[in-house]
Design a protein around this ligand. Structure first.
Ligand SMILES: Nc1ncnc2c1ncn2[C@@H]1O[C@H](COP(=O)(O)OP(=O)(O)OP(=O)(O)O)[C@@H](O)[C@H]1O
Ligand SMILES: Nc1nc2c(c(=O)[nH]1)N[C@H]1C(S)=C(S)[C@@H](COP(=O)(O)O)O[C@H]1N2
Length: 180
């Protein structure tokens, strides 16, 4: 395990046909950024993208963020459901090297306390190189629900893959590092 002390590079990708066309303002991207800024206390650089739904659109965007922009962490919101245009998991699946299914299991469990349709989301997480990618449903309120449920494991996951080290505000998320 190598430890990287540079500022963490974090990307937030909103996947939505209508938000990408400007038919409604994107609330997911700003919501995710606010959540991260309130939670992560170590230096970070956050970038945001809004892209249309679709397997190729998601795969190309994530590949570039991983391989060219060297993101440590990517949050992807939207396109995880069963509708024909919902292909975020397929797009991420095309470029990820390892899946971390526990993320999806726990995020769905937390969401199920709020909406019975939580089981319609195929959200998951995966690794490509030194990048952790986490998918979240498009509903803006799902961001806090899902990140609250899993983020305690994210700093150690980043340690394990050789990504930047991040610290969190323990009042919001107590990062768990079993070998610290
Ligand atoms: N990025 C977003 N910003 C604001 N609201 C959103 C966003 N994504 C989803 N929503 C809201 O959540 C609802 C359900 O999300 P869902 O992803 O199913 O939308 P959708 O109808 O598939 O959107 P789109 O056609 O743009 O992909 C949407 O109808 C919209 O009201
Ligand atoms: N926390 C939370 N999870 C949620 C929802 C929600 O409103 N809140 N919506 C569900 C619904 S209705 C769908 S269709 C799926 C997929 O949403 P997506 O296609 O926008 O990713 O997420 C599910 N998970």
């Amino acid at each position: 395990m190598t430890q990287d002390t540079r500022p963490a590079r974090i990307a937030i990708v909103t996947v939505s046909d209508r938000a990408s066309r400007g038919e409604y303002p994107d609330k997911g991207g700003p919501g995710a950024e606010d959540w991260l800024r309130a939670t992560i206390t170590s230096p970070m650089q956050i970038t945001r993208r809004i892209i249309p739904d679709g397997r190729a659109s998601v795969a190309e965007t994530l590949r570039r963020l991983c391989d060219v922009e060297n993101a440590d962490l990517i949050l992807i919101t939207g396109g995880t459901g069963p509708a024909p245009r919902d292909e975020t998991p397929e797009g991420m699946g095309d470029i990820m090297e390892k899946e971390l299914p526990g993320f999806g299991e726990e995020m769905r469990r937390a969401s199920l306390r709020e909406v019975p349709t939580a089981i319609l989301s195929r959200q998951t997480a995966g690794i490509r190189g030194k990048t952790l990618m986490i998918t979240i449903p498009g509903k803006p309120s799902a961001i806090a629900t899902c990140l609250d449920a899993v983020f305690a494991a994210v700093p150690y996951c980043l340690d394990l893959i050789g990504a930047a080290r991040i610290e969190t505000d323990p009042a919001r998320i107590a990062a768990f590092r079993p070998k610290a």
